[in-house]
Write a protein that binds this ligand. Structure first.
Ligand SMILES: C=C1C[C@]23C[C@@]1(O)CC[C@H]2[C@@]12CCC[C@@](C)(C(=O)O1)[C@H]2[C@@H]3C(=O)O
Ligand SMILES: O=C(O)CCC(=O)C(=O)O
Ligand SMILES: [Fe+2]
Length: 340
């Protein structure tokens, strides 16, 4: 059992600027597992302005659980600003970033290692900054005299991402025969128990030996849908029968992946895609917006008015909180614990 000091140390990212080699505690033997070039296979590219977009999105959700989205309406300038803010934040000196460190045992907000790190004994080549709602409290600690610009951009970004996520959710719910009117948090998926929407800024520092370590270990997201902005490659998804498969980012496109709540709501029809991040000799940033229901929302395949002929619910009903707690303890096993 780790002492409180040891537990606390484990939430502090490595001072990556000071290392010349990959320390043993960062070595993931699976990091260099073959990545398929995928003869003829490619992650779908969908234009939201295309009249067939709902149909194409539905197919992508059934076959991949991930797609690249163009025509999403998020301004290029806002996406560029977000990349610059990531750079501004993560290039701060380590002791400055440490002022905004996530508090151990507290809410999962602020600077620190990936929350899933606690489930792995090997460390990930990653540092992150998690925002739920306003970033002001942590931004003030990072830039005491100059935090407003960061907060304004974060607010604008979250507002636009939320609107886009709601648009996508309407498409998914329609495909699943879930009446949106019955989901009373639809226009405001926050509740008194706190905000459940989250923006995660990820930094994968330049790595001296990229084949030996991983930026993020394989995981699925605890979301309905995650909207990801990344300018450079590094994200890989696992496809049954194929293996690890690289997702190439496209200029101006967002990467949309489904999370576990959509797998439950769709009774397993839509894929909650397993993904991981490999690192490079160059710096990489990404911003992931997690669209999640409020924690007291009951997630169940039975929200659908039509499961399909002969279909029975594969998962029991769970609140978003109950599932998130299971996931935080059991990661991939969480599904088997709610299977009927
Ligand atoms: C909203 C959330 C999803 C997340 C846990 C969190 O509370 C905040 C960070 C998110 C993140 C980002 C990196 C990968 C991930 C698995 C993790 O460790 O933290 C996801 C979490 C998730 O989807 O479960
Ligand atoms: O950085 C990436 O490409 C993916 C990040 C991710 O999977 C996450 O934040 O959950
Ligand atoms: Fe993820």
């Amino acid at each position: 059992m780790a002492t409180p000091e040891e537990a606390y140390k484990r939430i502090i990212p490595l001072d990556f600027g000071s290392v010349q080699t990959v320390p043993d505690s960062f070595v993931w033997p699976q990091a260099s597992d073959g990545v398929q070039s995928g003869d003829g296979l490619t992650i779908p590219i969908i234009d939201l302005m295309d009249p067939n977009a709902p149909q194409l999105i539905t197919e992508a959700c059934e076959t991949w659980g991930i797609f690249r989205l163009k025509g999403h309406g998020i301004a290029t300038k806002l996406m560029e600003d977000m990349e610059s803010e990531c750079e501004r934040l993560f290039s701060l000196p380590t002791d400055q970033k440490m002022k905004a460190l996530r508090s151990p045992g507290g809410r999962m907000i602020g600077y620190g290692i990936a929350p899933i790190q606690s489930l792995f004994s090997t460390t990930m080549w990653h540092e992150g900054f998690t925002i739920m709602g306003s970033a002001i409290d942590h931004a003030r600690l990072l830039w005491p005299n100059d935090y407003q610009g960061f907060c304004d951009k974060i607010d604008d970004y979250q507002k636009q991402m939320k609107a886009l996520a709601e648009k996508l959710m309407r498409i998914l719910f329609k495909a699943l025969n879930i009446p949106v009117e019955e989901v009373n948090w639809f226009d405001d998926p926050t509740n008194s128990s706190g905000c459940s929407l989250a923006l995660q800024l990820n930094s994968y520092p330049p790595c001296p030996d990229p084949t030996r370590t991983l930026g993020l270990a394989p995981h699925t997201d605890t979301s309905i849908v995650t909207l990801l902005q990344a300018q450079t490659s590094g994200l890989q998804v696992f496809k049954d029968g194929v293996g690890w498969f690289a997702v190439q980012p496209l200029p101006d496109a967002l990467i949309v992946n489904l999370g576990d709540f959509t797998r439950i709501l769709s009774n397993g029809r839509f894929i909650s895609v397993l993904h991981r991040v490999v690192v490079k000799p160059i710096q990489r940033y990404s911003a992931a917006y997690f669209f999640r229901p409020p924690m007291d929302f009951a997630v169940s395949p039975l929200l659908s008015k039509d499961l399909g002929p002969g279909q029975v619910p594969r998962f029991r009903c769970v609140t978003a909180k109950e599932y998130s707690d299971l996931k935080a303890k059991h990661l991939d096993e969480a599904f088997s614990l709610i299977e009927n």
